[in-house]
Design a protein around this ligand. Sequence first.
Ligand code: AMP
Ligand code: GLY
Length: 424
Amino acid sequence: MNILIVGSGGREHAIAWSVAKSPLADKIYCAPGNAGIAEIAECVPIGAMEFEKLADFAEEKKIGLTIIGMDDPLVGGVVDVFEERGLKVFGPRRNAAILEGSKAFSKDLMKKYHIPTAAYENFTDPAEAEEYLKTRAKFPIVLKADGLALGKGVLICQDLAEALDGLKEIMLDKKFGSAGNAMVIEEFMTGREVSVLSFVDGKTIKPMTSAQDHKRALDGDRGLNTGGMGTFSPSPFYTKEIDEFCRTHIYQPTVDAMAAEGRPFKGIIFFGLMLTADGPKVLEYNARFGDPEAQVVLPRMKTDILEVMSACVDGTLDQVDLQFEDNAAVCVVLASDGYPVSYEKGIPMSGFEKFKDKEGYYCFHAGTKLSDGRIVTNGGRVVGITATGMDLKDARKNAYEATEWIEFANKYMRHDIGKAIDEA
Ligand code: AMP
Ligand code: GLY
């Protein structure tokens, strides 16, 4: 079948790479894609939010499955548009993508169905939020803009003054736009953070292998929050016992809760977990693959991605045996110096040929484009360098070695991706 992938980041490159391996794939298209994706798929200049144009394209090219990589189109209802036109599409409908689209919704869902998460209150009135912070809050405390905010709408506040500033930014100054029309105020948790992505068909859930992200810009987990500066998989802290607990108390209950609410979820549920002293708790849900979690999880997946995605759409996921390699993978993001604040774009890049025919080494493009036949930088996160290895240390050594292969003038990376491996 012909495949259309919607998105343009490293995650979509990893999805495209995985799709290209499948014997079920004929022609692969990506809208809008990037310079790396262009090597395995035909990139088409349609934006991810142009739902009708995407559906027109899918009809015209007889696309057998469209895969939505990004959160914005899912939350905006792209799946509903495709389904109304009888087109097969992988991802949750709008009424299920709200699991990521509204943090207030997801917190209320977890409370109602007894899914472990941080204690919280939701607010739509800034004056009530202020009153709560002044009288009942314990510090540090966490403020979260309700809606999508490019991963930046979460503020950890050390004292009342910081919290009142944060409240003003989110709800009054609308720093994150309408995402700040409502706000969650949440208990601060401590522990290791683990990402578990899963395939879901509305009833059945099949968790993938675990991963850990590094959200801060600077070594030692300092600096600003980013989309993610590097990942590794599996997490050595995600034990069999924790996995069993999460399957029983978090994963299946979330899928059942969505179905019970009349919002059956099909697609990817990404569980952001905190492994606290009181057991695993949900930090957040996302309705899509993580970026750069996909860049370490998909290279380790043995099962055909199109087989499992089709089963999610058809409601037959219980018949799929989802398998991962017994190895490890590490991804180090090469960013533009200055990310996530301001940085130069359009810088010529070199070294891509060094990845040719090197099994277990990948250069997933995130922010690149072709300019006069050359690949140049075109974003904050530029490429994700992934390597596999027989264990995490081996994978980390391989990944850092391969970070040297790609050159561009303002290249920036963290040097401590996977440092936690040494503490395991
Ligand atoms: P989120 O987008 O909800 O995953 O939040 C972004 C980051 O903020 C997470 O990866 C955590 O590092 C941190 N965070 C979010 N909620 C909490 C919490 N309740 N306690 C401590 N840290 C948190
Ligand atoms: N890497 C975190 C995310 O994709 O949200």
